[in-house]
Design a protein around this ligand. Structure first.
Ligand code: DHB
Length: 365
């Protein structure tokens, strides 16, 4: 017996939106985007506003044990067409307790990745005290980023440029974190704070300055690869740049003789080089017990910039200057632009093209 189906009688097929087949999730959330520490993240109000843009994660301003006022004004400058920013903030922040309190009490509903940036500027005892507040059962912090690359401290050089000192500091940080993690495990077991009496430590990462030589990527990657760090965030602002107001014949910012960290679209090629350089260096080394993730940062203001970062090898991407220029709304716009690029190119996820940058073959004649 044959059966005919009257198609005129059936419900119309729901339209399948192509976008719904595109997955732009990253290892820490539903999109690859987070803010770069320092941008829209210094106060509760800024962090609340940042979240309205729906980033997959939020990162606090790099904080210190005690609050700091930072450098004298004017300390931030923006190009009128948005192509660059210059800052010499000098780590103004409200202190570690303020940001911890934000995560503990003010953002209970947030389902994204919570990252705390800790400024490492010495003494190390201060950093250890901050870690001791965070590495505890029940503290809702998913990641700790050590900022080893602040360019704006009067009389201090960028720590991450001194490789022997960097190696020692990273080893000390690792030892301290491991001690605190062991303590947190024991505390969780005793008090059964988590339902199963266990403790999940945060992920640890490092914010790096731009490096300039290919050998630097290899040396730093080799140093970090066997350690506990699970991500690097590259690059911080390009240090000690100078912008001059020719009419007034003066610098545009005041501290440190006008030298400051350069950000914005103009630094993207340097950022891409660092992402690519570290991606290749880690690949060359192989992954001993985990793969170190790369968060690409620098000059990201459009979906295409995110696409390029991922093509170069980034696992996730952060937005810095553009958040200052445009506000939190840029996150959703950049995500939409990224989805549109994937749709146009026929990709369904970021994994399909991550790291697959081709090198143009040299012409033979
Ligand atoms: C500051 C600037 C940075 O580029 C950074 O990574 C951390 C702090 C600052 O001057 O506050």
């Amino acid at each position: 017996m044959s059966m005919t189906i009257d198609l005129t009688d059936t419900e119309p097929m729901p339209e399948i939106k192509h976008e719904s087949l595109i997955n732009i999730s990253s290892w820490f959330g539903k999109t690859p985007l987070i803010n770069a520490s320092g941008c829209l993240c210094a106060t509760n109000k800024m962090l609340d506003e940042l979240k309205t843009g729906d980033p997959a994660g939020i990162c606090t301003k790099s904080c210190t044990l005690e609050p700091r006022p930072g450098n004298p004004e004017p300390r931030y400058w923006e190009h009128e067409e948005g192509m660059m920013t210059l800052n010499s903030m000098g780590l103004p922040n409200l202190g570690v307790d303020y940001y911890l309190d934000y995560f503990k009490t003010r953002d209970n509903e947030y389902d994204g990745w919570r990252c705390m940036s800790l400024a490492v500027l010495g003494p190390m005892e201060d950093t250890y005290q901050m870690l001791a507040k965070i590495i505890r059962p029940g503290v809702p912090v998913d990641a700790i980023e050590f900022n080893l690359s602040c360019p704006n401290l009067e009389g201090k050089e960028i720590l991450a440029y001194d490789k022997p000192a960097l190696k020692k500091i990273l080893a000390d940080l690792e030892a301290e974190c491991q001690f605190l993690i062991a303590r947190a495990h024991a505390k969780a077991y005793e008090s059964d704070i988590d339902a199963n009496g266990s403790y999940t430590p945060p992920q640890f990462g490092i914010k790096l300055p731009p490096y300039w030589q290919l050998q630097d990527y290899r040396e730093i990657a080799k140093m970090i690869n066997p350690m506990m760090f699970s991500f690097i965030h590259t690059i911080n602002s390009v240090p000690n740049a100078l912008v001059i107001d020719a009419d007034r014949e003066e610098t545009v910012i005041h501290p440190k003789q006008g030298f400051g960290g350069l950000g914005g679209e103009i630094i993207k090629p340097i950022a891409l080089a660092n992402v690519r350089g570290f991606y290749l260096a880690f690949q060359e080394l192989g992954h001993p017990w985990k793969k170190i993730k790369i968060i690409g940062c620098g000059g990201v203001s459009h979906g295409q910039d995110v696409f390029e970062m991922i093509l170069a090898g980034a696992d996730a991407v952060s937005v810095g200057s553009q958040l200052m220029i445009e506000g939190a709304g840029c996150i959703a716009r950049i995500n939409e632009e990224l989805i549109e690029i994937l749709r146009r190119k026929g990709y369904h996820s970021l994994d399909e093209f991550r790291g697959r940058l081709k090198v143009c073959a040299a012409a033979t004649n």
